[in-house]
Each structure stands twice: as C-alpha cells, then as structure tokens.
Design a protein around this ligand. Structure first.
Ligand code: ADP
Ligand code: MG
Length: 613
C-alpha cells in the first residue's frame, strides 16, 4: 500500500491554526489592541465597519516596526516577546505566542503601515491569505495601523457562522471594554460605521469605569484595596443597591490582563451574601497584581483563564477585602472615601521589579482632627481600610458630642464585633422621629437617617441566623394559644417548616384540619397579631423563586424577619429608637437590610450648608 500521510501546505495549516485564535471579529480587535498595548502605545483608535465583517482597523502610536520586523511579524511563531521556554514563566506582555498576525493574515486581507520613531519613512505591506502582495516604503505617522478587511473571505464556513451585526459588535464592545478597563492610562476611541461609540481620555481606574459605564455608577463604587506578599488587589466593587439582574459588569484583571474566574467570583458573591436583593449580581472591577512567575497564563489559547500558585490564599484575601470594603461603605462617609478619586495602576513591564508590598500608614494622620484641610494630607500616605474601620463608631459621634455636651455624658464600650455600642443614660433628645418611619440622629459628619423597618428586619434577621446555628432561641409565649385556619397548601408548608420556625422562636403546632395553633412568637417581634405575621411570612416565603443556592433555612429567617419587623408607620419612643440604633450597629451588616435595601444614610453637614447659601 502506498504512503498516505502528507504535510499540509503552510497556507492550509495557517488557516486551521487561525481558527483557534480568531473565532470572530472581536478576536481580531483583541489581538490587535493587545499588540498596540505591548508596543507601548498611549493612544489607540479602533474603526469598525459592519461589525468587523468589512473592516477592522486599529491605529496606534506605539514603537512601530522596522521593515524586516513588519514582514516577519506575519510568520507563525514570530514574536519579539519571548526568546526561551523559561520566559514563558515570566510573561509581562499581552501576547507571546507569535500566532495572532499569522492567523489573521491567513484568513483576511491585511494592510499594515508602520514607522519607528527614528526613521523617516515607514513601511506598508499588503498580505492576503498568508501571501505578501506588496511591501513598499510609505510616509506615515509614528506607530502602526492594521487594517483587516473581508475577514474569513477564504473560509466560507466560518463566515457563515458569524452572527448578526448586533451580536458580533456586542462581542467587539466586550473585548474593547476589557482592554480599555485594563489600561486606563491609554486613550481609546471606538467608532462603528463612522459613528463614535467611545472616546475614553487617559485617566485613572475610576474615571475609566465612569467613562465606560456612565456617571450613574460613580457614587456606587466602593474602593477595595488589599496588599499582601502574594498579591495586591485594588479596584472597586458596586454598592449592593446598584446590583443588577444581569451580569456584565464583573471584571477581574491580573497584571493588566482580563481574566475569567468562576472561583474568584464566588469569593465576591460570598462577601455580598445576605445584602443583595434576590437574583441580582454585584458589579466589580478588581485588579490583581502578582509576580508573573507565580501565575501561568499559558493554559488557554485565548488566555482568559489563568492558574495561580496560591489560589486558596488569594480567594481568602479577595473575600475579606471585599467584605471589609462593604462593611466600611456608608458607615464612614466623613472619612476621605469621597475625596478619593481612584488610583493609577502601575504598569508592569519586564523590568519591573516586584517588591514585597508593604502597607504605609501615616501614624500622625487623624481623619477626624477638626479643621484639618483635606489637602494637608500628604498624597503618598495611605491608610488601610482596616484602620478606618476600627475608628468607625466612636468617631462618628465624637465631634458632635464635643461641641454640644459635656464629654463625660456618654461612653462607648466595644463588643466582640469591634463595633461600638453607644450607651448613655439620657440621650432622648438625640433621636428624632420623622413620619413614623425614619430615626434621625446627629452624627459627626451630618445627620444620620435610619429606616426603622429595614433596621428592624436586619436586627431580627441576624438574630434568627444566630439562633439557627446556636439553637439559642427566645420565645415569647403567647398569652393564649391562638388557632389559625389556613388553606391546605399553606398549612402543609408551615408544618414542613415547623422545626426551623421553632428554632427561630416561632412555636406552632398542627391543630388538625387545615388549622395550626400558635403557642409562642419570637421575642422582639413587633406587636402584630400572629395571623398577620404568618400571612406576611407566607407571602414573602412564597414570593420569588426558591433558589437552591441560598439555603432554605436562611430564606425562612429572612422571610420571618420581614414579617415580624415593625411597620414603616409605627410610633417609636426615644428609648425604643435608642435601642433600635444600638442593636442595629451591633449587627454585622448594619448598612443593608436582608433584602439588600439601604438602611442608613447620612445627610452631610456641607450638603445642608449648601442649601442655606
Ligand atoms: P505576539 O503578540 O504573541 O508576539 P503577534 O502575532 O500578535 O504575536 O505579533 C507578532 C509580533 O509583531 C510581535 O511580537 C511584535 O514584535 C510585532 N507587532 C505586532 N503588532 C505590533 C504593533 N502594533 N506595534 C509594534 N509591533 C507589533
Ligand atoms: Mg499579539
């Protein structure tokens, strides 16, 4: 029998390989934009026609290429970025495989114009289906312009497989956003069929996020920062009330490269547990910086999945950094969170020496010092969030008290939560009730407003969760056992939940027929009739989907907290308000109700002052 194995011609091999790197127009945008970043451009323009099916053009002002390099760049495995296999463990550029240009040239009509800074004439190359058609000198701006036309012109199956222009352009926007977010110090422009989609001036991370997602996101960003010897995590997370039904604003970057990670995503979701409205996802923009040798970007051809040496430790760091930022959100508005204007992420290059990160604390800085102009704080000093957190509660009241009352009039004790509880023999005039719904109380930075119903939901919910885990319940026996008629479905459901409810202090039994008997109610629930509470509980418990991820017990606790909380229309005495505020701030998450609704808001003194200008 004759031999049947042959070597594929290069053009066919290139086409096949191209399929792995270039799946759709968006992949071309990604590869070319990343090349521009690697070429140290600080301005990148992307021109798209017909969702990239007709034209994808990327103009950069980077270092450009020599005549020879320009020609060589289209060869497979041609790269200026690594030389030996060892370099694979120390990648600090976006590309390194030397495959992108070869792949693109195999399946499109490509024109490149490029010029290095120190030469007068640049070079222009036309290449089609891996064949160089022309190469000649040309006068052009410093940098490189790639124009990719008629993508997949020689791979009809691929071309047919492309989706509608809307879908394909959506993919392009996604890639563009990732690269633009990863490189805020680079100016980006995106045009589609000559209309302007994004003009993103150079800026810091916060400015870039706002430029892409709109002004509305700005007040909803909470800063995250954690520096440890294995990783630095910086960036922003969205406030719980900003959470969306759809995903789309979740971004992880590692050393300025977008990365996908279901594993790290969980660390964040876990930190938001119990403070997100059901079925919503939080936004996040988190930038990891790590020693390139501790990560492996080589495991996936399009490189969005990345392996870390210390996965679990990083998970923990990420989780607690997120949690800490959520905890400090809104409690400490008088601190410099508002003035903080984002940060610049360091550019990692091959020669960047990775130093063991250290946390700078300016020991003399006291954010609460009176009359200290904000600008007097040295720019370089950073205070860790933890320090700010610990200062929360006592400081919130201090200034106010100093000015208005003798200083021995109150004191603080700290509980195990490191939160501070206010105790005072007579603070009656400190709490004002408004519309029977809000508790108002002056604090250092302004006027604190607390939604009483949501506060009570939070207090009861945390207490219920504790009882579920510790079994320590306080039941208030009802004076007379109370019988309640239900329909068959509700009756069955309540009996199903009987044990959990009993753990929460809600003591019910089957009464036969479709009735139950209530023997006791959770202590501290509002003085509603048992019928009312049961009615509200069933309503809440049955509404919304039963999602498997939040466990059923927690759902029982949340629903019962809502059902038993006082209404938004109930008169409270000064003493009750004081108790409510105390209990609220002894909670782990005093800022948001178990349904993710805002509980506490502070009207700042300067906001008030402005109104009287
Ligand atoms: P890789 O990025 O993996 O090295 P590519 O095929 O994307 O492979 O690019 C091949 C080479 O072409 C790069 O290593 C770089 O030297 C050069 N190159 C590509 N795009 C540009 C650009 N916009 N500016 C300067 N050089 C470029
Ligand atoms: Mg590349």
């Amino acid at each position: 029998m004759s031999d049947i194995i042959q070597l594929l011609p290069d053009s066919v091999a290139n086409q096949i390989a191209a399929g792995e790197v270039i799946q759709r127009p968006a992949s071309v945008v990604k590869e070319l934009a990343e090349n521009a970043i690697d070429a140290r451009a600080d301005s990148i323009t992307v021109n798209i026609k017909d969702a990239g099916k007709t034209l994808i053009q990327i103009i950069d002002n980077g270092i450009g290429m020599s005549d020879t390099d320009a020609r060589l760049s289209f060869e497979r495995h041609s790269t200026s970025k690594i030389k030996t296999a060892d370099d694979l463990f120390d990648i600090s550029t976006m590309g390194f495989r030397g495959e992108a240009l070869a792949s693109i040239a195999a399946i499109a009509h490509v024109n490149v114009k490029t010029r290095q800074e120190d030469v007068e004439l640049g070079t222009e190359i036309d290449i089609e289906g891996s064949k160089v058609i022309t190469q000649e000198p040309t006068s052009c701006a410093k940098g490189t312009t790639f124009s990719v036309k008629n993508l997949f012109y020689n791979v009809p199956a691929r071309r047919k497989f492309l989706k509608s222009n809307t879908t394909e352009f959506g993919h392009i926007m996604t890639e563009f956003q990732r690269i633009a977010l990863a490189n805020p110090e680079v100016e980006f422009k995106l045009y589609h069929n000559n209309s302007e989609i994004y003009i993103l001036p150079k800026g810091n991370v916060r400015q870039r996020i706002v430029a892409i997602f709109g002004k509305r996101i700005n007040p909803n960003l909470i800063k995250v920062e954690s520096k440890t010897s294995i990783i630095t995590i910086q960036g922003f997370i969205g406030k719980p009330e900003y959470a969306r039904k759809k995903s789309g604003e979740q971004f992880f970057f590692i050393n300025k490269r977008f990365m996908r990670s279901a594993y790290f995503n969980k660390a964040i979701l876990k930190a938001y547990e119990q403070i997100l409205p059901p079925e919503t996802v939080p936004s996040y923009f988190l930038y990891f910086t790590a020693d390139p040798s501790s990560i492996d970007v080589n495991i996936h051809p399009t490189k969005t999945e990345i392996k870390f040496e210390d996965q679990q430790a990083i998970w923990q760091i990420l989780h607690s950094a997120t949690k800490q930022s959520l905890g400090s959100n809104n409690i400490v508005p008088s601190l410099d969170f508002d003035q903080e204007q984002g940060f610049d992420i360091p550019v990692l290059s091959k020669d960047t020496e990775i130093k063991k990160p250290k946390i700078d604390i300016d020991p003399t800085f006291n954010p609460f010092e009176q009359n200290r102009p904000a600008t007097s704080r040295p720019k370089s000093s950073k205070i860790s969030l933890e320090k700010e957190n610990l200062a929360n509660w006592d400081q919130l009241y201090q200034g106010f008290e100093k000015e208005n009352r003798p200083s021995d009039d109150f004191s603080f004790i700290s509980n195990e939560n490191k939160q501070q509880t206010l105790i005072d023999s007579d603070l009656s005039e400190k709490y004002f009730h408004f519309k029977n719904r809000f508790i108002l109380t002056p604090v250092k930075s302004g006027l604190m407003v607390i939604d009483q119903k949501r506060a009570h939901e939070r207090i009861l919910f945390e207490r219920f969760l504790n009882s579920l885990s510790s079994q320590a319940v306080v039941t208030q026996k009802t004076l007379y056992p109370k019988t309640i008629e239900l329909d068959a479905k509700d009756h069955a459901l309540l009996l199903d939940l009987k044990d959990d409810l009993k753990n929460l202090g809600f003591d019910i039994d089957d009464f036969g027929g479709n009735a139950i008997v209530v023997n006791g109610m959770p202590a501290d629930s509002s003085n509603q009739e048992p019928e009312q509470i049961i009615d509200k509980f069933l309503n809440e418990f049955l509404s919304g989907e039963v999602d498997s991820k939040s466990d059923a017990k927690e759902k029982v606790a949340r629903s019962l907290a809502k059902a038993s909380a006082i209404s938004s229309n109930q008169r409270l005495s000064s003493e009750e308000m004081r108790e409510m505020v105390d209990m609220l701030f002894a909670c782990q998450n005093p800022n948001y109700s178990p349904f993710g609704k805002l509980i506490v808001s502070i009207i700042k003194t300067d906001e008030l002052e402005k109104r009287f200008n």
